[in-house]
Design a protein around this ligand. Structure first.
Ligand SMILES: CC(C)(COP(=O)(O)OP(=O)(O)OC[C@H]1O[C@@H](n2cnc3c(N)ncnc32)[C@H](O)[C@@H]1OP(=O)(O)O)[C@@H](O)C(=O)NCCC(=O)NCCS
Length: 386
Protein backbone atom coordinates (compact mmCIF):
# COMPACT_ATOMS: atom_id res chain seq x y z
CA UNK A 1 0.00 0.00 0.00
CA UNK A 2 1.09 3.57 -0.66
CA UNK A 3 0.12 5.11 2.65
CA UNK A 4 1.28 8.55 1.60
CA UNK A 5 3.74 10.29 -0.73
CA UNK A 6 5.34 13.67 -0.20
CA UNK A 7 8.13 15.79 -1.59
CA UNK A 8 10.06 18.93 -0.98
CA UNK A 9 9.40 21.83 -3.30
CA UNK A 10 12.00 21.61 -6.05
CA UNK A 11 14.76 24.22 -5.84
CA UNK A 12 16.27 25.68 -8.98
CA UNK A 13 19.98 25.32 -9.72
CA UNK A 14 21.97 27.31 -7.12
CA UNK A 15 18.64 28.47 -5.69
CA UNK A 16 17.07 28.21 -2.25
CA UNK A 17 17.75 24.53 -1.58
CA UNK A 18 21.42 24.90 -2.48
CA UNK A 19 21.81 26.14 1.13
CA UNK A 20 20.85 22.87 2.80
CA UNK A 21 22.55 19.48 2.84
CA UNK A 22 20.79 16.63 1.05
CA UNK A 23 20.62 14.44 4.16
CA UNK A 24 19.08 17.31 6.15
CA UNK A 25 16.57 18.07 3.38
CA UNK A 26 15.68 14.38 3.19
CA UNK A 27 15.32 14.23 6.98
CA UNK A 28 12.72 17.00 6.88
CA UNK A 29 10.84 15.19 4.10
CA UNK A 30 10.73 11.82 5.88
CA UNK A 31 9.83 13.44 9.21
CA UNK A 32 6.95 15.25 7.52
CA UNK A 33 5.87 11.93 5.97
CA UNK A 34 5.71 10.01 9.25
CA UNK A 35 4.56 13.06 11.23
CA UNK A 36 1.44 13.77 9.23
CA UNK A 37 0.46 10.10 9.29
CA UNK A 38 1.02 9.77 13.04
CA UNK A 39 3.55 6.99 12.52
CA UNK A 40 6.17 6.46 15.21
CA UNK A 41 9.53 6.28 13.34
CA UNK A 42 10.43 3.29 15.51
CA UNK A 43 7.88 1.37 13.43
CA UNK A 44 9.82 1.98 10.19
CA UNK A 45 11.95 -1.04 9.37
CA UNK A 46 14.00 0.25 6.46
CA UNK A 47 14.68 3.37 4.43
CA UNK A 48 15.31 2.70 0.73
CA UNK A 49 16.82 5.88 -0.69
CA UNK A 50 17.57 6.69 -4.31
CA UNK A 51 20.60 8.80 -5.10
CA UNK A 52 22.73 8.90 -8.24
CA UNK A 53 25.81 10.95 -7.42
CA UNK A 54 26.93 9.15 -4.27
CA UNK A 55 29.88 11.29 -3.29
CA UNK A 56 30.58 13.93 -0.61
CA UNK A 57 27.43 14.57 1.42
CA UNK A 58 25.52 12.05 -0.74
CA UNK A 59 28.07 9.28 -0.04
CA UNK A 60 28.40 6.78 2.81
CA UNK A 61 24.98 5.24 2.30
CA UNK A 62 22.85 8.35 2.53
CA UNK A 63 19.79 6.10 3.03
CA UNK A 64 21.00 5.20 6.51
CA UNK A 65 22.19 8.75 7.14
CA UNK A 66 18.73 10.11 6.39
CA UNK A 67 17.29 8.00 9.22
CA UNK A 68 20.08 9.11 11.57
CA UNK A 69 19.77 12.78 10.55
CA UNK A 70 16.01 12.58 11.06
CA UNK A 71 16.69 11.56 14.67
CA UNK A 72 15.02 8.18 14.21
CA UNK A 73 15.86 5.22 16.46
CA UNK A 74 19.02 3.32 15.49
CA UNK A 75 16.81 0.30 14.76
CA UNK A 76 15.66 1.93 11.50
CA UNK A 77 17.91 0.49 8.79
CA UNK A 78 18.72 2.29 5.56
CA UNK A 79 20.16 1.53 2.15
CA UNK A 80 20.98 3.59 -0.95
CA UNK A 81 20.00 2.61 -4.48
CA UNK A 82 21.45 3.80 -7.79
CA UNK A 83 19.37 3.02 -10.84
CA UNK A 84 20.38 6.38 -12.29
CA UNK A 85 17.32 8.52 -13.11
CA UNK A 86 15.03 5.66 -12.01
CA UNK A 87 16.59 5.32 -8.55
CA UNK A 88 13.58 6.20 -6.42
CA UNK A 89 11.20 4.32 -8.70
CA UNK A 90 13.51 1.37 -8.04
CA UNK A 91 13.23 2.01 -4.28
CA UNK A 92 9.44 1.88 -4.76
CA UNK A 93 9.92 -1.46 -6.51
CA UNK A 94 12.25 -2.72 -3.77
CA UNK A 95 9.92 -1.54 -1.00
CA UNK A 96 6.87 -3.06 -2.68
CA UNK A 97 8.72 -6.32 -3.41
CA UNK A 98 9.93 -6.71 0.18
CA UNK A 99 6.39 -6.11 1.39
CA UNK A 100 4.84 -8.42 -1.24
CA UNK A 101 7.30 -11.16 -0.25
CA UNK A 102 6.31 -10.80 3.40
CA UNK A 103 9.79 -9.81 4.59
CA UNK A 104 9.07 -6.21 5.60
CA UNK A 105 5.90 -4.43 6.65
CA UNK A 106 6.71 -0.73 6.79
CA UNK A 107 9.30 0.89 4.55
CA UNK A 108 10.14 4.43 3.50
CA UNK A 109 11.03 4.65 -0.18
CA UNK A 110 12.34 7.83 -1.75
CA UNK A 111 15.39 9.73 -2.74
CA UNK A 112 17.35 12.92 -3.01
CA UNK A 113 19.62 14.75 -5.42
CA UNK A 114 21.26 18.06 -4.66
CA UNK A 115 22.51 18.79 -8.15
CA UNK A 116 23.70 22.29 -7.18
CA UNK A 117 25.81 20.98 -4.32
CA UNK A 118 26.88 17.58 -5.72
CA UNK A 119 27.08 18.05 -9.50
CA UNK A 120 26.00 15.26 -11.83
CA UNK A 121 29.11 13.26 -12.79
CA UNK A 122 31.19 14.50 -9.84
CA UNK A 123 31.56 10.90 -8.65
CA UNK A 124 33.98 10.48 -11.56
CA UNK A 125 32.71 7.16 -12.79
CA UNK A 126 34.40 5.11 -15.48
CA UNK A 127 33.59 2.02 -17.49
CA UNK A 128 35.64 -0.87 -18.77
CA UNK A 129 37.01 -0.54 -22.31
CA UNK A 130 35.14 -3.81 -22.91
CA UNK A 131 31.87 -1.87 -22.74
CA UNK A 132 33.13 0.60 -25.34
CA UNK A 133 34.07 -2.30 -27.64
CA UNK A 134 30.36 -3.13 -27.90
CA UNK A 135 28.64 0.19 -27.34
CA UNK A 136 29.11 3.80 -28.31
CA UNK A 137 28.52 5.35 -24.89
CA UNK A 138 27.64 9.04 -25.02
CA UNK A 139 26.22 11.59 -22.59
CA UNK A 140 22.46 11.82 -22.14
CA UNK A 141 22.08 15.03 -24.15
CA UNK A 142 23.63 13.33 -27.18
CA UNK A 143 21.23 10.41 -26.84
CA UNK A 144 18.36 12.90 -26.68
CA UNK A 145 19.64 14.30 -29.98
CA UNK A 146 19.92 10.81 -31.50
CA UNK A 147 16.33 10.04 -30.51
CA UNK A 148 15.15 13.29 -32.10
CA UNK A 149 16.98 12.31 -35.30
CA UNK A 150 15.74 8.71 -35.44
CA UNK A 151 12.13 9.61 -34.64
CA UNK A 152 12.17 12.62 -36.94
CA UNK A 153 11.36 15.13 -34.18
CA UNK A 154 11.68 18.80 -34.96
CA UNK A 155 12.97 21.61 -32.75
CA UNK A 156 9.47 23.14 -32.85
CA UNK A 157 7.87 19.93 -31.55
CA UNK A 158 10.37 19.68 -28.73
CA UNK A 159 10.01 23.34 -27.78
CA UNK A 160 6.24 22.96 -27.73
CA UNK A 161 6.56 20.12 -25.21
CA UNK A 162 8.93 22.25 -23.13
CA UNK A 163 6.63 25.26 -23.27
CA UNK A 164 3.58 23.15 -22.41
CA UNK A 165 5.45 21.70 -19.43
CA UNK A 166 6.01 25.19 -17.96
CA UNK A 167 2.40 26.19 -18.61
CA UNK A 168 1.02 23.06 -17.00
CA UNK A 169 3.32 23.32 -13.96
CA UNK A 170 2.43 26.99 -13.44
CA UNK A 171 -1.28 26.13 -13.62
CA UNK A 172 -0.78 23.24 -11.19
CA UNK A 173 0.98 25.51 -8.67
CA UNK A 174 -1.62 28.26 -9.02
CA UNK A 175 -4.46 25.75 -8.76
CA UNK A 176 -3.06 24.21 -5.57
CA UNK A 177 -2.63 20.83 -7.24
CA UNK A 178 0.64 20.14 -5.39
CA UNK A 179 -0.74 21.04 -1.98
CA UNK A 180 -1.18 17.47 -0.83
CA UNK A 181 2.34 16.40 -1.86
CA UNK A 182 4.63 19.37 -1.12
CA UNK A 183 5.93 19.72 2.43
CA UNK A 184 7.53 23.07 3.32
CA UNK A 185 11.23 23.07 4.14
CA UNK A 186 12.79 25.23 6.88
CA UNK A 187 16.33 26.40 6.21
CA UNK A 188 18.77 29.27 6.64
CA UNK A 189 19.61 31.20 3.46
CA UNK A 190 22.00 34.13 3.09
CA UNK A 191 20.24 37.52 3.17
CA UNK A 192 20.06 39.03 -0.35
CA UNK A 193 22.06 42.15 0.56
CA UNK A 194 24.49 40.60 3.03
CA UNK A 195 25.62 37.05 2.24
CA UNK A 196 27.09 36.76 5.73
CA UNK A 197 23.73 37.09 7.50
CA UNK A 198 21.52 34.05 7.44
CA UNK A 199 17.76 34.34 7.35
CA UNK A 200 15.44 31.56 8.50
CA UNK A 201 13.25 30.76 5.51
CA UNK A 202 10.23 28.58 4.85
CA UNK A 203 10.51 27.24 1.32
CA UNK A 204 7.16 25.98 0.03
CA UNK A 205 6.81 26.48 -3.74
CA UNK A 206 8.61 24.88 -6.70
CA UNK A 207 11.17 27.35 -7.91
CA UNK A 208 12.38 26.31 -11.36
CA UNK A 209 9.18 26.87 -13.37
CA UNK A 210 9.65 29.58 -16.04
CA UNK A 211 6.15 30.96 -16.23
CA UNK A 212 7.29 33.94 -18.29
CA UNK A 213 8.76 31.86 -21.09
CA UNK A 214 7.41 32.04 -24.64
CA UNK A 215 7.88 29.87 -27.71
CA UNK A 216 9.80 32.78 -29.27
CA UNK A 217 12.24 32.96 -26.35
CA UNK A 218 12.66 29.21 -26.46
CA UNK A 219 13.27 29.23 -30.21
CA UNK A 220 16.13 31.69 -29.66
CA UNK A 221 18.09 29.32 -27.36
CA UNK A 222 21.24 27.75 -28.77
CA UNK A 223 21.52 23.94 -28.98
CA UNK A 224 23.02 22.67 -25.71
CA UNK A 225 24.94 19.61 -26.82
CA UNK A 226 25.84 19.72 -30.55
CA UNK A 227 26.14 22.72 -32.89
CA UNK A 228 23.29 21.83 -35.25
CA UNK A 229 21.19 20.07 -32.67
CA UNK A 230 17.59 20.49 -31.56
CA UNK A 231 18.06 19.88 -27.81
CA UNK A 232 18.36 23.10 -25.78
CA UNK A 233 18.20 24.21 -22.16
CA UNK A 234 14.53 24.94 -22.86
CA UNK A 235 13.55 21.40 -23.89
CA UNK A 236 15.81 19.51 -21.44
CA UNK A 237 15.10 18.67 -17.81
CA UNK A 238 16.49 21.26 -15.44
CA UNK A 239 19.32 20.70 -12.99
CA UNK A 240 17.74 21.18 -9.55
CA UNK A 241 17.71 20.15 -5.89
CA UNK A 242 14.97 18.09 -4.24
CA UNK A 243 13.83 15.12 -2.21
CA UNK A 244 10.68 12.96 -2.14
CA UNK A 245 9.41 10.02 -0.09
CA UNK A 246 6.70 7.35 -0.16
CA UNK A 247 5.46 5.41 2.88
CA UNK A 248 4.96 1.79 1.80
CA UNK A 249 3.13 -0.67 4.07
CA UNK A 250 1.65 -4.12 4.02
CA UNK A 251 -2.13 -4.13 4.30
CA UNK A 252 -1.83 -5.80 7.69
CA UNK A 253 0.55 -3.15 9.04
CA UNK A 254 -1.53 -0.29 7.65
CA UNK A 255 -4.58 -1.71 9.35
CA UNK A 256 -2.73 -2.43 12.62
CA UNK A 257 -1.54 1.21 12.79
CA UNK A 258 -4.90 2.59 11.70
CA UNK A 259 -3.41 4.13 8.55
CA UNK A 260 -5.53 5.04 5.57
CA UNK A 261 -3.56 4.21 2.40
CA UNK A 262 -4.07 6.47 -0.60
CA UNK A 263 -3.06 3.97 -3.30
CA UNK A 264 -1.25 0.73 -3.95
CA UNK A 265 1.47 -0.46 -6.27
CA UNK A 266 -0.01 -2.89 -8.79
CA UNK A 267 3.04 -3.82 -10.90
CA UNK A 268 6.45 -2.74 -12.15
CA UNK A 269 8.40 -3.21 -15.35
CA UNK A 270 12.13 -2.78 -15.94
CA UNK A 271 13.95 -3.17 -19.23
CA UNK A 272 17.41 -2.75 -20.66
CA UNK A 273 17.71 -1.09 -24.07
CA UNK A 274 20.52 0.04 -26.36
CA UNK A 275 22.90 2.12 -24.19
CA UNK A 276 23.73 4.50 -27.05
CA UNK A 277 20.15 5.65 -27.68
CA UNK A 278 19.77 5.11 -23.94
CA UNK A 279 16.55 7.02 -23.22
CA UNK A 280 13.96 5.27 -25.43
CA UNK A 281 12.89 2.41 -23.12
CA UNK A 282 9.71 3.94 -21.66
CA UNK A 283 7.23 2.25 -24.03
CA UNK A 284 8.78 -1.16 -23.37
CA UNK A 285 8.95 -0.77 -19.58
CA UNK A 286 5.35 0.48 -19.59
CA UNK A 287 4.21 -2.47 -21.71
CA UNK A 288 5.79 -4.84 -19.20
CA UNK A 289 4.15 -3.15 -16.21
CA UNK A 290 0.79 -3.05 -18.02
CA UNK A 291 1.02 -6.76 -18.94
CA UNK A 292 1.80 -7.71 -15.34
CA UNK A 293 -1.18 -5.63 -14.20
CA UNK A 294 -3.42 -7.11 -16.90
CA UNK A 295 -4.32 -3.60 -18.07
CA UNK A 296 -4.23 -1.65 -21.32
CA UNK A 297 -3.53 2.04 -21.92
CA UNK A 298 -7.28 2.67 -22.15
CA UNK A 299 -7.65 1.72 -18.50
CA UNK A 300 -4.88 4.08 -17.34
CA UNK A 301 -6.34 7.44 -16.36
CA UNK A 302 -3.16 9.42 -15.74
CA UNK A 303 0.32 8.86 -17.16
CA UNK A 304 3.57 10.38 -15.96
CA UNK A 305 6.52 10.07 -18.33
CA UNK A 306 9.61 11.63 -16.85
CA UNK A 307 10.61 14.66 -18.88
CA UNK A 308 14.33 13.91 -18.99
CA UNK A 309 14.24 15.59 -22.40
CA UNK A 310 11.33 16.63 -24.62
CA UNK A 311 12.56 14.17 -27.25
CA UNK A 312 12.00 11.33 -24.75
CA UNK A 313 8.40 12.44 -24.22
CA UNK A 314 7.78 12.82 -27.98
CA UNK A 315 9.29 9.39 -28.72
CA UNK A 316 7.13 7.83 -25.97
CA UNK A 317 3.99 9.46 -27.39
CA UNK A 318 4.87 8.35 -30.93
CA UNK A 319 5.58 4.74 -29.96
CA UNK A 320 2.56 4.33 -27.68
CA UNK A 321 0.10 6.28 -29.81
CA UNK A 322 -0.77 8.45 -26.82
CA UNK A 323 -0.37 11.84 -28.53
CA UNK A 324 -4.08 12.66 -28.21
CA UNK A 325 -4.09 11.74 -24.54
CA UNK A 326 -1.14 14.10 -24.08
CA UNK A 327 -3.02 16.92 -25.81
CA UNK A 328 -6.05 16.14 -23.62
CA UNK A 329 -3.90 16.51 -20.50
CA UNK A 330 -3.79 12.88 -19.37
CA UNK A 331 -0.02 12.62 -19.88
CA UNK A 332 2.10 14.84 -17.62
CA UNK A 333 -0.90 16.99 -16.66
CA UNK A 334 1.09 19.01 -14.15
CA UNK A 335 4.37 19.56 -15.96
CA UNK A 336 7.52 17.56 -15.29
CA UNK A 337 11.28 17.55 -15.36
CA UNK A 338 11.52 20.34 -17.92
CA UNK A 339 9.53 22.81 -15.81
CA UNK A 340 9.71 21.53 -12.24
CA UNK A 341 13.19 20.07 -12.68
CA UNK A 342 14.57 16.54 -12.44
CA UNK A 343 16.47 15.93 -9.19
CA UNK A 344 17.76 12.56 -10.40
CA UNK A 345 17.57 10.35 -7.31
CA UNK A 346 14.33 11.96 -6.08
CA UNK A 347 12.30 12.01 -9.28
CA UNK A 348 10.81 8.51 -9.11
CA UNK A 349 9.24 9.25 -5.73
CA UNK A 350 8.37 12.78 -6.89
CA UNK A 351 6.34 11.60 -9.86
CA UNK A 352 4.73 8.93 -7.68
CA UNK A 353 3.55 11.64 -5.28
CA UNK A 354 2.29 13.78 -8.17
CA UNK A 355 0.54 10.82 -9.81
CA UNK A 356 -1.27 9.80 -6.62
CA UNK A 357 -2.43 13.41 -6.02
CA UNK A 358 -3.70 13.68 -9.59
CA UNK A 359 -5.57 10.36 -9.41
CA UNK A 360 -7.28 11.67 -6.27
CA UNK A 361 -8.10 15.02 -7.87
CA UNK A 362 -9.78 13.20 -10.78
CA UNK A 363 -11.17 10.44 -8.55
CA UNK A 364 -9.59 8.12 -11.08
CA UNK A 365 -8.41 4.57 -10.52
CA UNK A 366 -5.21 3.68 -12.36
CA UNK A 367 -2.04 5.63 -13.07
CA UNK A 368 1.26 4.73 -14.69
CA UNK A 369 4.63 6.39 -14.18
CA UNK A 370 7.59 5.65 -16.43
CA UNK A 371 11.17 6.87 -16.50
CA UNK A 372 14.08 6.46 -18.88
CA UNK A 373 17.40 5.64 -17.29
CA UNK A 374 21.05 6.49 -18.02
CA UNK A 375 23.07 3.95 -20.03
CA UNK A 376 19.96 2.36 -21.54
CA UNK A 377 17.22 1.21 -19.21
CA UNK A 378 13.70 2.19 -18.21
CA UNK A 379 11.37 1.51 -15.30
CA UNK A 380 7.60 1.84 -15.03
CA UNK A 381 5.04 1.35 -12.28
CA UNK A 382 1.27 0.99 -12.28
CA UNK A 383 -0.52 2.39 -9.23
CA UNK A 384 -4.15 2.14 -8.21
CA UNK A 385 -5.95 4.67 -6.05
CA UNK A 386 -7.77 2.99 -3.16
C1 LIG B 1 20.64 21.48 -21.00
C2 LIG B 1 21.57 21.95 -19.91
C3 LIG B 1 23.03 21.59 -20.27
C4 LIG B 1 21.42 23.45 -19.76
O1 LIG B 1 22.20 23.87 -18.71
P1 LIG B 1 22.37 25.40 -18.36
O2 LIG B 1 22.95 26.10 -19.53
O3 LIG B 1 23.09 25.46 -17.06
O4 LIG B 1 20.83 25.77 -18.20
P2 LIG B 1 20.16 27.09 -17.71
O5 LIG B 1 18.94 26.69 -16.96
O6 LIG B 1 21.16 27.97 -17.03
O7 LIG B 1 19.68 27.73 -19.07
C5 LIG B 1 20.58 28.29 -19.99
C6 LIG B 1 19.98 29.58 -20.54
O8 LIG B 1 18.78 29.25 -21.22
C7 LIG B 1 17.71 30.02 -20.69
N1 LIG B 1 16.51 29.18 -20.70
C8 LIG B 1 16.38 27.92 -20.31
N2 LIG B 1 15.12 27.50 -20.46
C9 LIG B 1 14.44 28.54 -20.97
C10 LIG B 1 13.09 28.72 -21.34
N3 LIG B 1 12.17 27.74 -21.22
N4 LIG B 1 12.73 29.93 -21.84
C11 LIG B 1 13.61 30.93 -21.95
N5 LIG B 1 14.91 30.82 -21.60
C12 LIG B 1 15.31 29.62 -21.11
C13 LIG B 1 18.14 30.34 -19.27
O9 LIG B 1 17.49 31.49 -18.80
C14 LIG B 1 19.61 30.56 -19.44
O10 LIG B 1 19.81 31.85 -19.95
P3 LIG B 1 21.00 32.77 -19.40
O11 LIG B 1 22.24 32.00 -19.73
O12 LIG B 1 20.81 34.02 -20.15
O13 LIG B 1 20.74 32.86 -17.94
C15 LIG B 1 21.21 21.29 -18.54
O14 LIG B 1 19.96 21.76 -18.09
C16 LIG B 1 21.20 19.81 -18.63
O15 LIG B 1 22.24 19.15 -18.71
N6 LIG B 1 20.00 19.16 -18.56
C17 LIG B 1 19.85 17.76 -18.65
C18 LIG B 1 20.22 17.11 -17.36
C19 LIG B 1 20.31 15.62 -17.52
O16 LIG B 1 21.00 15.11 -18.36
N7 LIG B 1 19.61 14.88 -16.65
C20 LIG B 1 19.53 13.49 -16.78
C21 LIG B 1 18.48 13.16 -17.77
S1 LIG B 1 18.67 11.56 -18.46
Amino acid sequence: MIVDAVRSPIGKKNGTLSHIRGDELSAQVVNALVGRNGVDPAQIEDVHWGCVTQVDEQAWNIGRNVALTAGWPVSVAGTTVDRQCGSSMQTNFNAAATVWSGQLDLVVSGGVEMMSRVPMGSNNGSMSPLVYEHHDIVMQGISAEEIAKQWGLTREELDRIGYESHQRAARAIDGGRFEREVVPIELDVPAPDSGATLVRTRFAVDEAVRRETTLEKMAALQPAFIPDGVVTAGNSSQIVDGSAAVLVASEAKASELGLEPRARFVSFGVVGVDPHLMLHGNPEASAKALAKAGLTWDEIDVIEVNEAFASVVAQFLADTGLQERYEAGDVNPNGGGISLGHPLGATGARITATLVSELERRQARYGLATMCIGFGQAIAAVVERV
